[in-house]
Design a protein around this ligand. Sequence first.
Ligand code: CUA
Length: 357
Amino acid sequence: MKIPTAPRGRKAVALLLAGVAIVASACAEDAPQDALRPEGPFAQKADDLWNLVFPIAVVIFFIVQGLLIYALVRYRHRPGREAAQFHGNTKLEVLLTAIPALILAGIAVPTVRTIFDITNEPTGDVLDVTVVAHQFWWEYRYPDLGIVTANELHIPTGRPVRVRLEGAPVDRVDNSAEVIHSFWVPRLAGKQDVVPGRVNLITLQADEPGTYLGQCAEFCGLAHAEMRLRVIAEDPGNFDEWVQDMKDGAAEPSEALVAEGQKLFAEGQFPNGPPCSACHAVEATYEPENPPAQAGPNLANFANRETFAGAIFKNTAEQLRPWLRNPSEVKEGAKMPAVGLTEEEIDSLIAYLQSLD
Ligand code: CUA
């Protein structure tokens, strides 16, 4: 008895549809990390190159696959038919070597030019920023401005930002060897690795004010997927205000709860760990010859941040509470310890953090 099966044609269509559905699921309108909507000249250059190379690759793909499928079907095995027996075809081989070589040489010209355009020292009024990657957060140092911050990178619009990606050789929490991370803000620039003990350079620029999302793009441990970042681009005036705000620091607390939180932060001794200040600074001050040594992110101006902990949680009391209670429970792999805070201590620490503006 013959077991009934779906006709082969229908199976092929179903398979094709499933494939298209999987590919199409990657499409999104208004995706925050959409590299196809560049927002600055450096991302634009990479996008222009893509717009040139991709259609060429598509055409070649369909020609090659079409010929392959044609040959498979047209010359498939049939009973009683023997394949032609021959060895080599010099003319064809020369042609098939020369055509790809010419195409590659043609594509190499704009590719190499773009690589140099993007990598070379930018001209004009450049802002220097040093980015240090940690498990699992980002540190941003502004050597000319003398400030440091974390996870949310503020930049002025319309100005090239020269980013020096410094791979820390040693993790400051537990002195283990640091690992490779990758700094990626798709709408502002390409992707660049941050390698322990090395310096890589990348330039980004935002033409319009806005918040541009990014993330670590190199697997770096348990919380790799939760090592996000934000670039907040502001008009130069607003950016200068932010810098001044960072330099000014927070006012002395006037509320009792805030003062209590400040005391706990600075000198509280908890069952399972030192005070918060052992790992976190609340002053933004940074001197290039004396780089930050604290294990955790700098928290200056924390109240004005949108997010925390590798830019994955919203900066609200609701999200701060479970984080302070037990960081690795809400962000697996997080290196901040659960120091054993009481709920009352958490209340005052949240009040203090939210007063840092
Ligand atoms: Cu850092 Cu992935």
